[in-house]
Design a protein around this ligand. Structure first.
Ligand code: GLN
Length: 491
């Protein structure tokens, strides 16, 4: 059962080498054994076994479904009927939804078995999973030079990433507002894709930045990500921003890959080395490398850190201690109840975003900040359309400027430094484009490094095809066996 992928597990299930119940028990045992990784906020063991029995029945009847019998982790941002859904926050520490998100429903309908709800930065705000009310999640990988120091898995979908990397699930679901699928995938040696905005329904996904949020798969291989995204994608009448079935264009070879000088500036040596390696692999597979210019890139971070908090401040207005969620018991009147519920229910980072968002939307500053950010957002979209995708099929960059880090790393205590780590990922959400992170290698200190491919709207198939070239050449599945992995005993 060691280190199954969706593909290999399905084969084993369909050939009756293993049953879904055995497979599910294996993962539940591992989750219990490696509790200290803290990948899950809630483990739904009993429900999982029940679903596994159902899956075994279907297999016995000769039925086949894309995810039949596959145990997965679900970011605790997706509402699951009857199962605690916290968004990593004290504010929702008592919230049991009475409905199911479209994404979790689609996966369950396709036969997937939910092992539990994975840990995350509070309301998906962060890049470390250190801001969760439920404590940090840990990366199973450690530095060669400091094998005793625990490292973060990235964030905000850190629980999902840690779960898959540590083999506490075969695959998992994340959400990405500015990099939260891709960055943790990069730090944990996984494939993670943020699809085109509108491809996956946002119904039942707790909102952060509604014009930026997308769900996506986090898997061990590109093939797995493709299988899973296929199940997740599709129109949903419950989400007016989800798109009717679109013909995703078939990849056309030879691929042209854009290298933007803006994405090469200021990156560390190992990053340059990694990208140069990737360029060599792509050229060896008949891809053509094209230099491109994306001059609006420098505005992406400020634009993101205006639009995302603005939308968050509005989305999080609903948590007032009245309708659902946490209510402070220490209040003498209504207004104190609102204030204390929000003050006690939200953590530091969430409060920082609400304050920033409220400020940029306030009447005196709306035009100067929010409106201007929207205008630049348009220019960033045009930049991609006019300077990239009329010339190339995909743009190559690092996913994260740094590999996995420790909680005492200076970057953690400096919110602006932390925001700067999102430099390569946020543009993709601003422009609604698909972006995939693929494991490309290992740092000198033995940590996974991912690189990102950005595609044109609805060109996910092209991204998968190019990502496979990198995956095959990088051979990370073999390389990862020599890394320090504290969960590596797969018995
Ligand atoms: N790290 C980014 C932030 O903190 C992205 C988060 C996300 O994609 N949900 O906002």
């Amino acid at each position: 059962m060691k280190d199954f992928t969706i593909k290999s597990a399905k084969e084993a299930l369909l050939n009756r080498k293993i049953s879904a119940v055995e497979l599910t028990k294996y993962y539940i045992d591992r989750i219990n054994k490696y509790k200290e990784i803290n990948a899950y906020i809630t483990v739904t063991a009993e429900q999982a076994i029940e679903s596994a029995k159902e899956a075994d029945k279907k297999i016995a009847e000769g039925k086949d479904l894309p995810m039949l019998g596959i145990p997965i982790g679900m970011k605790d941002l997706f509402c699951t009927n009857g199962v605690l859904t916290t968004a990593g926050s004290r504010m929702l520490s008592n919230f049991i939804p009475t409905y199911e998100s479209t994404i979790s429903k689609r996966l369950k309908d396709a036969g997937a078995i939910m092992l539990g709800k994975t840990n995350m930065d509070e309301f998906a705000m962060g890049s470390s999973t250190l801001t969760s009310y439920y404590g940090p999640t840990w990366n199973c990988y450690r530095k060669k030079s400091a094998p005793d120091v625990k490292l973060v898995p990235g964030g905000s979908s850190g629980g999902s990433a840690a779960a898959v990397a540590a083999d506490l699930a075969i695959a998992a679901i994340g959400s990405d507002t500015g990099g939260s699928i891709r960055q943790p995938s990069s730090l944990c040696g996984l494939v993670g894709i943020k699809p085109t905005y509108g491809m996956c329904s946002r119904y039942g996904m707790i909102a952060f930045g509604s014009s930026l949020d997308q769900a996506g798969p986090m898997c061990k291989t590109v093939d797995d990500a493709e299988i899973m995204l296929d199940v997740m994608a599709g129109f949903d009448e419950k989400d007016s921003t989800s798109r009717h079935a679109v013909q995703t264009p078939t990849p056309k070879k030879p691929f042209k890959i854009g290298i933007a000088k803006q994405y090469m500036e200021g990156i560390p040596e190992y990053g340059k080395h990694m990208l140069n390696e990737a360029i060599k692999w792509l050229e060896a597979s008949d891809c053509q490398i094209v230099e491109i210019d994306l001059p609006m890139t420098k505005y992406a971070l400020p634009v993101y850190y205006i639009i995302a908090p603005a939308e968050a401040s509005s989305n999080l207005g609903r948590y007032d201690g009245v309708r659902f969620g946490y209510r402070s018991s220490n209040a003498e009147n209504l207004s104190e109840m609102y204030i204390n519920s929000r003050s006690e229910g939200f953590g530091e980072e969430v409060k920082r975003r609400i304050l920033t968002g409220t400020f940029v939307l306030s009447s005196g500053y709306y035009d100067a900040y929010y409106n201007r950010a929207l205008k630049i957002r348009k220019l960033i979209m045009e930049d991609f359309a006019n300077n990239a995708f009329i010339k190339v099929d995909a743009v190559l960059s690092m996913t994260s400027p740094i590999p996995a880090f420790a909680p005492n790393d200076p970057v953690v205590n400096d919110p602006v430094a932390m925001y700067l780590c999102d430099v390569f990922t946020v543009t993709v959400n601003i422009a609604g484009l698909p972006g995939i992170s693929v494991p490309a290698g290992v740092s000198d200190d033995g940590l996974p490094i991912g690189i990102q491919l950005i595609g044109n709207h609805w060109h996910e198939k092209t991204l998968f095809a190019i990502a496979k070239i990198i995956e095959d050449s990088a051979n990370f599945q073999t390389k990862k066996k020599s890394l320090i992995n504290v969960c590596a005993d797969f018995d």
